[in-house]
Write a protein that binds this ligand. Structure first.
Ligand code: DGI
Ligand code: FE
Ligand code: FE
Length: 190
């Protein structure tokens, strides 16, 4: 399974994206060791989390419409936000993944959601801290990397806080799910 999926991702992703994919697989596996999650699940979710990232916005939207994947208003204006949901669809239909926890981890890796499972948190965090992410772009990355191996919820909250600040500064449209997730984990961490 792992070998086949790795080959499939190498084929459909550009070299930079594929390096990121391997980084997320590796980091998710390490976090799985720490937090008692099946390592294989973390590897599969890590490998497939961006399997829909290389599709054009038009293709993403048409796949959603054809397959009755609901699209919110924010998602219609920012179709890249749908690469998780479309990724879950492809994981199920193209790559024969059946485990709902793995499918959720793929679907929710960009905005998160309230009440994430440990595997979902691991993939969300691994996506942000994998070794290929540049420290120059994220000033507290070393701190978040350390925190990920100490307290998943605190790391999650730091990442959501970074993302919301980054979106506010850059004028990016905030998906209500990102904000709802942030508010949920603020309460959770307290
Ligand atoms: O696919 P990746 O680049 O590996 O990572 P990702 O799926 O976490 O996507 C990262 C981008 O998603 C990052 O630039 C921030 C953006 N993002 C996360 N939440 C929101 C968001 N963008 C918008 N517009 N709104 C959000 O709520
Ligand atoms: Fe992604
Ligand atoms: Fe990613």
């Amino acid at each position: 399974m792992i070998k086949k999926l790795t080959k499939a991702m190498e084929k459909c992703q550009d070299p930079k994206r594929f390096q990121h994919t391997l980084g997320v697989e590796f980091t998710a596996a390490a976090l799985a060791m720490k937090y008692d999650v099946p390592i294989k699940s973390a590897q599969i979710a890590g490998l497939l989390h961006d399997c829909a990232k290389c599709l054009s916005p038009e293709k993403i939207l048409s796949l959603c419409e054809k397959n009755h994947i609901p699209i919110t208003e924010v998602e219609r204006r920012n179709p890249f936000l749908l690469h998780g949901k479309v990724g879950r669809f492809l994981a199920e239909t193209e790559y024969q993944v059946e485990d709902p926890d793995i499918l959720n981890a793929i679907a929710n890796h960009t905005t998160g959601r309230p009440g994430m499972s440990t595997l979902e948190k691991i993939v969300f965090i691994a996506d942000y801290i994998e070794p290929g992410r540049k420290q120059e772009k994220i000033e507290n990355l070393p701190e978040v990397r350390k925190l990920a191996f100490e307290d998943l919820d605190k790391a999650l909250l730091k990442i959501l806080d970074n993302t919301l600040r980054y979106l506010k500064e850059g004028g990016g449209e905030i998906d209500p799910m990102t904000k709802v997730t942030y508010d949920y984990y603020v309460k959770e961490v307290r």
